[in-house]
Design a protein around this ligand. Sequence first.
Ligand SMILES: Nc1nc2c(ncn2[C@@H]2O[C@H](COP(=O)(O)OP(=O)(O)O)[C@@H](O)[C@H]2O)c(=O)[nH]1
Ligand SMILES: [Mg+2]
Ligand SMILES: [Zn+2]
Length: 353
Amino acid sequence: MKKKDKKKFKRKDIRLKNISIDNIEHFENMNIIEEKRAKKKKFEKGEQSSKANLVLKKGRIIEVKSNNYCNVEIDNKLLECSVSGRLKMIDFNTRTLISVGDFVNVDFSQEPRIEELLPRKNTLSRFVDNSLQTEIVIASNIDQVIITAAYRMPDLKLGLIDRYICAAKIAGISPIICINKIDLAASIEDVKQELLFYEQNNFKVIFTSIIDNTGLDELRDTLINKDSVFSGHSGAGKSSLINILQPEINLKVAEISEYHQKGVHTTTSSKLIPWSFGGYLVDTPGIKTFSLHSKQKQLLPKIFPGFAKYSLDCKFQDCSHTHEIQCGVLNAVENGYIPEERYNSYLRILETL
Ligand SMILES: Nc1nc2c(ncn2[C@@H]2O[C@H](COP(=O)(O)OP(=O)(O)O)[C@@H](O)[C@H]2O)c(=O)[nH]1
Ligand SMILES: [Mg+2]
Ligand SMILES: [Zn+2]
């Protein structure tokens, strides 16, 4: 290269560096993302050449012991497997890449190692700093969430149930409602009346008590051969119900004084615990609730319990059922088909997102 040319190149370089970047943070993030993309590509290339030697078997992650080790169920046996480094890079937006409930391919050509994550049917996630970018997957491939609420102690709040139902629907997990401590009700018929709206809208509602054993058979029948997570406020009786269905699980039951102490838990990692009657209990210590994210706000008008059939009459497809003309939901509220209390609960959830 001639001396003259060299100078030219240098000047260009300087000019580039002087371009102002409005959002330097964004730019830096892009760099990191590009870097990771390049790394991932490199790994994929490497994988192609070595893949021929892999001896793969499908399994399911039952417990995540650390970032590097998992207990995997393969052919009805539990096996500790390491996690391929390549897998830790695939989705860099997600902090926890593999989770309990994941179906994976394990390589047996050497020490058993998880090589492939199979597509998920759904995930139970938590968002750090309310940002979709930092999603923490708590569990995957779950059939149903048992939304557990006490009838009394603490008092039943249907608004909370609405919230859980919405979160479950957005996650693609079937919600089941379980009203526990029904022994504290003067009349079970009155409680059933309070929950009628949900039953009318095809939600399964189970009324239970560990004091007089109400509804325990029905609860067990609902759990058979399904993978279920219990969700609900502290003190609702989740651990008590699980323990009475399967005493060997022996979860810690809170003292009454511990009701408002959030985050009381005894184990440190999530796991799938097999029920003696088939299916798994998804045990997620420390996370008793799963949350709605503000970016999911636009889904709410479509999935709020009992709204779907009336929103067919809304003039606008993206109707928020708040101020629009010709709104099927507002009409249904006016005519008493949707209880005002439920509609107000909808507005409260909208507001908080
Ligand atoms: N009266 C009554 N108390 C219950 C029932 N189920 C649980 N409890 C009590 O409620 C409290 C909280 O129960 P726990 O299982 O720890 O709730 P969790 O936080 O949802 O796991 C404990 O003192 C239980 O004994 C029930 O069906 N009836
Ligand atoms: Mg508990
Ligand atoms: Zn509407």
